[in-house]
Design a protein around this ligand. Structure first.
Ligand SMILES: Nc1ncnc2c1ncn2[C@@H]1O[C@H](COP(=O)(O)OP(=O)(O)OP(=O)(O)O)[C@@H](O)[C@H]1O
Length: 297
């Protein structure tokens, strides 16, 4: 549904995106994750024809976005929710967009309902909208043409916890009906809760990608025992890299293998689980560390 191949963008001496390659499969939500300035928006702008790449190319539904006939009807895009005309009402903005892409006006009411904007809110000028309301209006615009693909840049920004929960349900449902979603965020937890696949970008380069389940499974296990030093030694003797940390023994092995090794070595294990979410967070921070301003500072 989306194919990004060797995409590079340079602004003078700044390489904003450096040879990015990934795909977004139908029926999935793909989280596009990276710290501030990593290059997420630039990739999305190149994908939707707003910024020409320095090299490489990107296709949506098999074609360059600009070559898609009536792209707006097939691809829902929300890049900058605050870019909407402040003097128009939400309903006017959607009505104009519906005319531009040739969908019936009745669709405006449908998408307003879909994103939970009331008649009263839709009749107000966008300049009076909160950030969360702008995001909802942006999402309404993205859904207007009954798209098969959604490209959304930080759609959760400004949404309250209920709003974020609602948006996840909306995107999950869209993907479950066969649609493809590319969703950027700088927050791992936000993406992990809804994404099937994750693409991690740091300093313009893709540093990891794959199904969330695989990324998490590949992260091994974390264990506590009555003798962590002996557990580390037993795990290492069995050929698994292991280290004692403040949160327990972190090991590159499945929990079941850790349990067997501990049993054979007569070590009492008090806690054992997949490294899971904590591991993914660590992985994300490590992979993008070069880019992290805090580290640089
Ligand atoms: N028009 C431009 N001119 C010069 N540099 C730019 C331009 N657009 C982006 N950049 C630079 O490219 C890099 C990537 O920016 P981009 O906006 O794609 O990052 P991002 O991952 O979307 O960040 P954020 O999470 O903060 O939105 C940054 O260093 C940015 O300063």
């Amino acid at each position: 549904m989306i194919r990004v191949e060797n995409l590079t963008k340079r602004y003078g001496s700044v390489t904003a995106v450096d040879g990015a390659t990934f795909t977004v499969r139908p029926g999935t939500v793909t989280g596009f994750l990276g710290p501030n300035g990593a290059g997420k928006s630039t990739v999305m702008r190149m994908l939707t024809g707003l910024t020409p790449p320095t090299s490489g190319h990107a296709t949506v539904l098999g074609r360059a976005y600009r070559d898609l006939p009536n792209a707006g009807a097939h691809v829902g895009v929300m890049l900058d929710a605050s870019a909407q005309h402040p003097g128009r009402t939400g309903r006017e903005a959607l009505t104009l967009a519906s005319i531009a892409i040739g969908v019936p006006r009745t669709r405006v009411d449908e998408v307003l309902r879909l994103v939970g904007l009331t008649d009263d809110e839709a009749g107000r000028r966008v300049r009076t909208y909160s950030l969360g309301m702008r995001q909802r209006l942006g999402l309404a615009g993205a859904f207007l043409g009954e798209p098969r693909v959604l490209v959304l840049d930080e759609p959760a920004n400004g949404l309250d916890p209920q709003g974020i929960h609602w948006m996840r349900g909306l995107l999950r449902d869209f993907a479950d009906r066969g649609g493809a979603v590319l969703l950027s965020s700088h927050l791992l937890a936000e993406v992990q809760a809804v994404a099937d696949d994750i693409v991690v970008i740091g300093r313009g380069r893709i540093v990891a990608q794959g199904p969330v389940a695989e990324l998490v499974d590949g992260l091994g296990a974390i264990a506590r025992s009555l003798d962590d030093a002996a557990l580390v030694a037993a795990l290492e003797a069995a050929g698994h890299a292991a280290a004692a940390t403040a949160s327990g023994v972190v090991v590159e092995a499945e929990p079941v293998d850790v349990a067997r090794i501990a049993l054979a070595a007569g070590i009492v294990v008090t806690d054992l689980r997949p490294h899971g979410a904590q591991g993914l967070e660590d992985l994300f921070l490590r992979l993008t560390a070069d880019d992290a301003r805090e580290v640089a500072a």
